[in-house]
Design a protein. Sequence first.
Length: 77
Amino acid sequence: RVGSECGLEASELRDALNDGRLAAPVEEQIEWSRGVGITGVPTFIFDEKFSLVGAQESEVFRDVAKRIIGRRLPAES
């Protein structure tokens, strides 16, 4: 039902779930995630260096963004 509400054809989605064709891409993503050290969801990766795991308040995202921007700006003399 959720698939139909999202505009997916119900029978096609049912077939894809039953025949396993969706499993390979999901398994690839799980393997990649483990390889880069992701241990929980949601995980947010910033600038390929910083990550936040779990639900976070908007202030946390702002703080991370400020730190990343601060690292990229040249130091004032």
